[in-house]
Ligand binder design. Structure first.
Ligand SMILES: CC(C)(COP(=O)(O)OP(=O)(O)OC[C@H]1O[C@@H](n2cnc3c(N)ncnc32)[C@H](O)[C@@H]1OP(=O)(O)O)[C@@H](O)C(=O)NCCC(=O)NCCS
Length: 170
């Protein structure tokens, strides 16, 4: 059975390995390592999927903000979602995103932004961010997605999603 739980310091090496093997390169694994040392890191929102005592997947939601014309609105960015290749297509990614969204809401967030795989993220309520008046220097157009965790959360939040510098090294 898959258990989704908060990562602990003992999981750090396994989380690195999951990201390394899922993406087939070091960049995302290193991004996760660097984000742990930033102000936006929220321990409750770095989640692992564990099965038989082994880490099969990882999700990291990290704090960023949207700069509107009047204010800076705290939101979450989906920094990494990774499932070990041999454990993919078994619903682990779905479990991680579901739990992540639930915990995001409990932690007071109404918006998550993400980049990559529109076909995948659209299964989980993510829409094209541009259509809601959001943009990002990290990526543009169809790869930049956003999810509302409460109805119409994006209606009054338009502007640029500001990511910390470490994202731009990926
Ligand atoms: C993307 C990823 C996290 C999906 O994890 P997973 O555990 O295999 O996902 P699930 O089993 O929960 O799949 C849920 C659905 O998405 C589909 N799906 C899986 N990977 C997909 C992809 N890359 N693109 C589109 N759809 C995808 C599945 O077929 C399934 O569809 P269904 O509900 O119609 O059956 C995993 O493939 C992965 O780690 N990929 C490499 C890293 C990556 O690209 N991460 C995401 C970008 S940050």
């Amino acid at each position: 059975m898959i258990n989704i739980r908060q990562e602990t310091t003992e999981d750090t090496k396994s989380v690195y390995e999951v990201n390394l093997h899922a993406f087939g390169r070091k960049a995302e694994a290193e991004l996760v390592e660097r984000l742990r040392g930033t102000a936006g890191f929220i321990p409750e929102l770095s989640l692992v999927a564990e099965e038989d005592g082994k880490i099969r997947g990882h999700l990291l939601l990290t704090g960023v903000h949207i700069k509107t014309k009047d204010e800076e609105v705290p939101v979450l960015a989906l920094a990494s979602l990774a499932v070990l290749p041999k454990a993919q297509k078994q619903g682990i990614g779905t479990l991680l995103i579901g739990k992540g969204k639930e915990l995001a809401k409990i932690n007071g967030y109404n918006i998550i932004v993400a980049s990559g795989h529109p076909e995948y993220y659209s299964k989980f309520g993510f829409i094209f961010a541009e259509e809601k008046g959001l943009f990002s220097k990290l990526n543009s157009g169809s790869e930049f997605m956003a999810a509302e965790l409460s109805p119409d959360a994006l209606d009054c939040v338009k502007g640029e999603a500001i990511y910390p510098e470490v994202f731009f090294a990926v």
